[in-house]
Design a protein around this ligand. Sequence first.
Ligand code: ATP
Length: 286
Amino acid sequence: MNGASKGFVECRNIGVVFGSGDAQTEAVKDVSITVQPNEFVSLIGPSGCGKSTLLSIVAGFAHPTRGVATLDGVEIRKPGAERGVVFQQYSLFPWLTVRKNVEFGLRMAGVPSSKRISSARTLLGLAGLLAFENHYPDQLSGGMKQRIGIVRALATSPQVLLMDEPFGALDTQTRAVMQEILTNMWQQFRISVLFITHDIEESVFLSDRIYVMTSRPGRIKAEIQVPLPRPRTAAMTDTKEFTDLVHQLKSLIREESLAAMGSELGPEGVAGFGMEVGPGGVNNIL
Ligand SMILES: Nc1ncnc2c1ncn2[C@@H]1O[C@H](COP(=O)(O)OP(=O)(O)OP(=O)(O)O)[C@@H](O)[C@H]1O
């Protein structure tokens, strides 16, 4: 487990351009975001606005064209054990048992076998999966696989957990349970989380703070603090505070999704949607 002051992520003036010439795509433009130690921050925005690109930069899988990403003041240049990553695809090794999957990062780090086994078993116990330690991934449900993905990312005691739509493939009920499990584990491990989701309720339920991105090239459109107390409970999702916040975020995203469609749709394409096509693209007229 980490000291309280570790895990400060900062992206400063990040710009990302893919390709060159006619095939050039400006994916992200001048984005500055932070995740404080132990903070849970979500990134939301219309499809293609550069959320995964930003997360990949913080993970060290990609490099920005402009700007810099740092962890605790040190520039991020490559992946590292202090940053755990969880994707929507479970990305478990099918030929390894559940416990061996969780042990994998520790093995790479040269941790001796007995220590690896005890760490993996402790984590699997916390996630309610100890009884499945000798099963193989394809013997488990989607929710269980994703719990293992989270446990595996936590095994190397990262300071930051980077999650790209981790519950996107799960059904609604499993997703709700996973959100509670994640919140519990996050509180227990006291790490920073950068979380991508398309589900606005999920972002409000989980986050301390939410960045809303514009349509491509992605910029920061709004930064919203979530004032709901911790621990969060399912009952909170019925409160006015929660639903007002969800409503506010939905209209911000809707504006951006419409802007993103502006160059693709004509007046016929938007007929009946409460929209019109003007010189600057699609406008919401509701
Ligand atoms: N390797 C790449 N080469 C060229 N273009 C890319 C590459 N990766 C991403 N892009 C483009 O950059 C833009 C941002 O992509 P990105 O996947 O980061 O968006 P996103 O917000 O995560 O999208 P979604 O919500 O649909 O997952 C998109 O237009 C995408 O097509």
